[in-house]
Design a protein around this ligand. Structure first.
Ligand SMILES: Nc1ncnc2c1ncn2[C@@H]1O[C@H](COP(=O)(O)OP(=O)(O)O)[C@@H](O)[C@H]1O
Ligand SMILES: O=C(O)C1=C[C@@H](OP(=O)(O)O)[C@@H](O)[C@H](O)C1
Ligand SMILES: [Mg+2]
Length: 181
């Protein structure tokens, strides 16, 4: 049996779970569900950026441009402190080695892998959503460009198109529990 001290200890890497993946893979939606079912807090790093900048993410992107947004995202992620949280990142987080190295120190990084057809069904080509994407690049090209980065940073790989958001959250809970014990 665990002593009171042991059960209060945050344990390996703060018992956070970090979600990465393409826009539309479900990081924000699944993240809240996972937080609720695992008794964790929830942080959406996009909302942190919105709150700090006092405007919607699309406006931040328009004003700062792609590189400016990437720098801001990197700063925000590197400054993040968390304990017992699910952390939903933006899809572009993986462009920053420094940010990902820090996030990895906070907890296992879970890649919500999702085929482009499913992404398109959920978010279309993504034109209405803020995205770090060079003009003219399709969602498919963006996914191909990023795949090696998601692969590189992931401790755990989940098929995020198989099942409802609640089912995906359950799958992550099972896998991340095993990874941390
Ligand atoms: N497993 C799922 N099954 C069906 N729809 C999903 C699933 N996960 C997310 N969605 C839907 O896809 C859209 C994008 O989800 P979101 O959480 O915003 O993705 P991300 O934060 O990765 O960009 C939302 O409309 C959400 O309801
Ligand atoms: O993948 C991207 O380039 C981005 C995804 C967005 O978050 P979601 O992945 O939650 O949609 C947001 O961080 C930003 O607009 C850039
Ligand atoms: Mg999101």
């Amino acid at each position: 049996m665990k002593t009171a001290e042991q059960s209060q200890s945050p344990g390996p890497r703060g018992r956070n779970v970090v979600l990465i993946g393409m826009p539309g893979s479900g990081k924000s939606t699944v993240g809240v569900l996972l937080a609720r079912r695992s008794g964790r807090g929830f942080i959406d790093t996009d909302l942190r950026i919105q709150q700090a900048e006092g405007m919607k993410l699309q406006q931040v992107l328009e004003r700062r441009g792609l590189d400016g947004f990437r720098r801001l995202e990197e700063e925000t992620l590197r400054a993040l402190r968390a304990e017992r949280c699910v952390i939903a990142t933006g899809g572009s987080a993986v462009y920053s080695d420094a940010a990902m190295t820090h996030l990895r120190s906070l907890g296992p990084v879970v890649w919500l892998d999702c085929g482009v057809d499913t992404l398109r069904r959920r978010i279309g080509e993504g034109g209405q959503r803020g995205m770090v994407r060079r003009p003219g690049l399709s969602l498919e090209q963006l996914a191909r460009e990023r795949r090696p980065l998601y692969e590189r940073w992931a401790d755990l790989h989940i098929d995020a198109s198989a099942g409802s958001a609640e089912e995906v959250a359950g799958e992550i809970q099972k896998l991340s529990g095993k990874a941390e014990t």
